[in-house]
Design a protein around this ligand. Sequence first.
Ligand SMILES: N[C@@H](CCC(=O)N[C@@H](CS)C(=O)NCC(=O)O)C(=O)O
Length: 206
Amino acid sequence: MIRIWGRLSSINVQKVVWTAADLALDFTRLDVGGPFGGLDTPEFGRLNPNRLVPVLEDDDFVLWESNSIVRYLAERYGAEELWVQPLQERVLVDRWLDWQATTFAPLMMPAFIGLVRTAEEDRNELAIADSLGQCGILIGILEQHLQNRAYLAGAKFTIADIAVGCQVHRWLHLPVPRAPSPAVREWYDRIIHRPGALAALGGSVV
Ligand SMILES: N[C@@H](CCC(=O)N[C@@H](CS)C(=O)NCC(=O)O)C(=O)O
């Protein structure tokens, strides 16, 4: 039995749900974290000592860290579908997963928290502007990369597209003006109607 712990408003939960739903896995998701609470219970602490979502339970196997969960699901249930095997192709998928988690997510965080989760009068406008500028640079990198590729790791849709897709979805929903990025837009339109995207992002296509 597969259980995914975590509220769907978390981008890290969204990546896991997109992966599980694209693989048509039978899973249950539990709303914990954010307004739902539930992370301070002894039961949750045993699942993830960091007290963060998402957490995956696959029968007796427990895993936390969203991109590790995404890799695990893809390897266990969808190596042919969502991942690739040859080493030098596989690490290109890994590279974008790491980029999403260590570069794009932290650089977008001040803009997202400021614009979406903070009352207007409490916003740190300088931090938001800096974060938006950094995001613009990263979108430029994606734009360049996607000029001559259908998907991030090449001709095939992979978990790299899921992780970065959730981040770009969030970027496109920020209430700010954006420079055009037609290749990113085409790629987003290519991936956003997949069943996993619908399950994870609730059909809120930009
Ligand atoms: N590196 C972790 C980060 C997990 C994380 O920061 N989760 C946030 C939600 S995105 C969380 O649990 N926040 C507390 C809460 O939701 O109450 C991962 O990718 O899984």
